[in-house]
Ligand binder design. Structure first.
Ligand SMILES: NC(=O)c1ccc[n+]([C@@H]2O[C@H](COP(=O)([O-])OP(=O)(O)OC[C@H]3O[C@@H](n4cnc5c(N)ncnc54)[C@H](OP(=O)(O)O)[C@@H]3O)[C@@H](O)[C@H]2O)c1
Length: 231
């Protein structure tokens, strides 16, 4: 289908976790597409200079009223928050499960009908080395479920290992598949950002868990083509 902004360019897309390494790229890519953005970050979050002119809302993500107010008037939300590695093993529970649920509830309260969550490959899996960090894959699945049962138009994007690579992106072939179909491989964060925005543009992504990685040895189809091939 024809690519277009998910709603009027004047209606902002909220991006939470826009200070993160994937979040800021989602914001940059949205701005590059001419979309209005609203960046939801913590009071002490650091944003790159490239985003300093954008609508930035600093808030306590534990405060439902503050979240709802920050989302007011937005057409969609991309959730790019995630527990940062830390000695606090409750971080994933607080951020990836409760934090996502709180954002989903705030969307319902604020009338934001379209939500995309950046999750992770192997979400929901118990026996996985990543779970040494506070059972993170279990809590990510709980976060996903909060979104999937919300009644909102939702998409879950599960990327593989995230890379900082910014060059030779045109050489990267996207590998896009459905729920619980991939378990390794990686993908540059910039490509994840583009896929998230492509997903917002394509209604066929609504109600789907999509797993994404990329391979540098085989340039592949674009997001829309790959999504259509999934059927
Ligand atoms: N690393 C990987 O290889 C990998 C693979 C697959 C999926 N993922 C997932 O992909 C997502 C993006 O990863 P990333 O590495 O780009 O993220 P990141 O750079 O670690 O950024 C995390 C973002 O979440 C925010 N955040 C953390 N705790 C928060 C809290 N309590 N309340 C509100 N915001 C909070 C951070 O804000 P501050 O800037 O204020 O800290 C930051 O904006 C995460 O969900 C991650 O788990 C990661």
């Amino acid at each position: 289908m024809a690519a277009s902004a998910p709603s009027s360019p004047a209606v902002p897309i909220a991006i939470s976790g826009a200070s993160g390494k994937t979040g800021y790229r989602i914001a940059e890519e949205a701005v590059a597409r001419g979309w209005a953005v609203r960046l939801l970050v913590r009071p002490g979050s650091e944003l790159p200079e490239s985003l300093s002119a954008q609508d930035i809302r600093r808030l306590d993500f534990g405060d439902p009223a503050a979240l709802e107010a920050a989302l007011e008037g937005c057409g969609s939300l991309v959730i790019a928050t995630g527990a940062r590695p830390s000695p606090d093993l409750l971080g994933p529970l607080k951020v990836d499960a409760f934090g996502v649920r709180r954002q989903v509830e705030a969307c319902r309260a604020a009338g934001v009908g379209r939500v995309l969550l950046v999750s992770s490959l192997c979400s929901g899996r118990l026996f996985h080395p990543l779970n040494l960090f506070g059972l993170i894959l279990i809590w990510k699945r709980i976060g996903e479920q909060a979104l999937e049962t919300s009644g909102l138009d939702w998409t879950v994007i599960r990327p593989g290992g995230l890379r900082e690579q910014e060059d030779r992106l045109e050489q990267e072939g996207l590998v896009l598949s459905g729920r619980d179909t991939q378990q390794d491989r990686s993908i540059p964060r910039r490509l994840v950002a583009r896929c998230c925005l492509d997903a917002l543009q394509h209604p066929a992504s609504i109600g789907r868990v999509l797993e994404i990685t990329s391979r540098s040895d085989a340039p592949g189809p674009g997001f829309a083509e790959a999504l259509a091939a999934l059927a």
